[in-house]
Design a protein around this ligand. Structure first.
Ligand code: HEM
Length: 489
């Protein structure tokens, strides 16, 4: 890479000098989003590091990232062939695999349309505007009951442990047409392992770049392979049950709709993209995985921030009380009337930047950015954390201040400010679950804020230090929840 000829008129990428064999691994440290943000100040918005022997280009700055992912979108839309990615969804993941552009595009379109139709599908009763709303409202009520029970029994609760089951049930409802109890051991053992999954696939894991590490015994890697295998077996079993009971005239959920697509495709002689049934139905594995971990992490952080800032928690409650009242469950249609909640969510996404990097990208051909030459097949990290903490974009970026997203009189959300927050990526690989995610985080929060008040356990200081990974989580902890209004039971 260093000896590559640079085409005339283009410059060689700047960056720190690598050490033999390990490259810049030591400088990256255990919080790459911070070290790579610091390097961007020194080397600029496009620079190169070396992880092991492999060069990686790091992009920062909203305009530079927009240029790469939107204006030169096709050139930056690939995924690198990383060791850990091969274990996800048996190497057939929509989000992580190195599928050719045509196959990836066709799968992405299918995933997007299945997700949209099953979230906007009519609810089973007229009080809900769509299935997504119905699932969330029902799971929100179960969650409140569950937290109430746990509080009575134990006096405290672990936020992630319970939120993750509720969120997993929403995506299970859409993907598989079923839900699980909060004490279902099989589901619990899967969804509670997502921390270990994220730690391995976070950008910059040395084992992805230094081949020798793949041969050394590693408990983390062993656990990772095991989690993926269990996850695949879980989904496979549900898919087989769907094949056995599939009825063309009664498409029950996303899995059925993907099976249906395979059947239709066999009749479609004009279909020009060759894809196995496995690759089509396997999409449900990605949707389920992406659909519970990200949203549970967002909600769990939200609860932590409410505890850390009790005055903001009170403002959120007052807004709900004034605009929705306490007699009915909040709905999706209330969202425009709750600007402070909206601003609070935007600030959680910005301040925590719990997805500090997108999934790594890869160049599909020789290209250039800001005058620098970038060869084909170069791995590219997009530093979302840097954009969300860039002092050029944000006043006092390290302070947690939802008001930054509100108009001066506090009655409206400033949309342009909100669009600067980068957590869903941009361009061709932008998250396909964004609309669902924003609605789901909003509605779950509205439902729990209306009923519960959260506090730290006396004597247990709140630890807000994120643990690095694809999605960064807070340390597991215990909190207290008390009912705001008398339980109807
Ligand atoms: C990809 C963020 C929720 C499905 C991504 C990416 C990010 C992201 C950063 C990678 C973009 C890139 O590589 O440039 C989030 C956040 C969420 C969320 C912050 C919640 C707060 C969801 C949900 C689903 C979903 C609910 C589906 C049910 C996907 C899929 C991809 C993806 C399938 C891969 C797209 C591709 O590679 O073409 N998401 N996501 N996400 N997301 Fe999400």
């Amino acid at each position: 890479f260093f000896r590559t000829e640079i085409p005339e008129g283009l410059r060689r990428l700047p960056g720190p000098k690598p050490l033999p064999i390990i490259g810049n691994v030591l400088e990256m440290g255990s919080r790459p989003y911070l070290s790579l943000t610091a390097m961007s100040k020194r080397y600029g918005e496009v620079f190169q590091i070396q992880i092991g022997m492999r060069p990686v280009v790091v992009l920062s700055g909203i305009e530079t990232v927009r240029q790469a992912l939107i204006k030169q979108g096709d050139e930056f839309a690939g995924r690198p062939d990383l060791y850990s990615f091969r274990f996800i969804n048996d190497g057939k993941s929509l989000a992580f695999s190195t599928d050719q552009a045509g196959v990836w595009r066709a799968r992405r379109k299918l995933a997007y349309s299945a997700l949209r139709s099953f979230s906007t599908l009519e609810g089973t009763t007229p009080e809900y505007s769509c299935m997504l709303e119905e699932h969330i409202c029902k799971e929100g009520q179960y969650l409140i009951k569950q937290l109430n029970t746990v509080m009575k029994a134990d006096g405290s609760f672990d936020p992630f442990r319970h939120i993750v089951v509720s969120v997993a049930n929403v995506i299970c409802g859409m993907c598989f047409g079923r839900r699980y109890n909060h004490d279902d051991q099989e589901l619990l053992s899967l969804v509670n392992l997502s921390d270990e999954f994220g730690q391995v696939v976070g950008s910059g894991n040395p084992a992805d770049f230094i081949p020798i590490l793949q041969y050394l015994p590693s408990t983390t890697m062993k656990n990772f392979v095991n989690i993926n295998a269990r996850f695949n077996t879980f989904v496979q079993r549900i898919v087989s049950e769907h094949y056995a009971t599939y009825d063309k005239d009664n498409i029950r959920d996303i899995t059925d709709s993907l099976i249906d697509h395979c059947e239709d495709r066999k009749l479609d002689e004009n279909s020009n993209v060759q894809m196995s049934d496995e690759k089509i139905v396997g999409i449900v594995n990605d949707l389920f995985g992406a659909g519970f971990d990200t949203i549970s992490t967002a909600l769990s952080w939200s609860v932590m921030y409410m505890v850390a800032y009790p005055e903001l928690q009170e403002r959120l409650y007052q807004e709900l009380k004034d605009k929705v009242g306490l007699d009915r469950t909040p709905l999706l249609s209330d969202r425009p009337n709750l600007p402070f909640l909206e601003a609070f969510i935007l600030e959680i996404l910005r301040h925590s930047s719990f997805l500090p990097f997108t999934i790594p990208h890869c160049t599909s051909k020789n290209t250039s950015l800001n005058g620098y030459f970038i060869p084909k097949d170069t791995c590219v990290f997009i530093n979302q954390w840097q954009i969300n903490h860039d002092p050029e974009l944000w006043k006092d970026p390290s302070s947690f201040n939802p008001d930054r997203f509100l108009s001066a009189d506090g009655t409206e959300v400033n949309r342009l400010e909100g669009e600067k927050v980068m957590v869903f990526g941009m361009g061709k690989r932008r998250c396909i679950g964004e609309v669902i995610a924003r609605n789901e985080v909003y509605l779950f929060l509205a439902i729990i804020i209306q009923k519960l008040h959260f506090q730290a356990v006396p004597g247990e200081p709140l630890d807000m230090t994120p643990e690095y990974g694809l999605t960064m989580k807070h340390k597991r902890c215990h909190l207290r929840a008390t009912m705001r209004v008398r339980n109807e039971e």
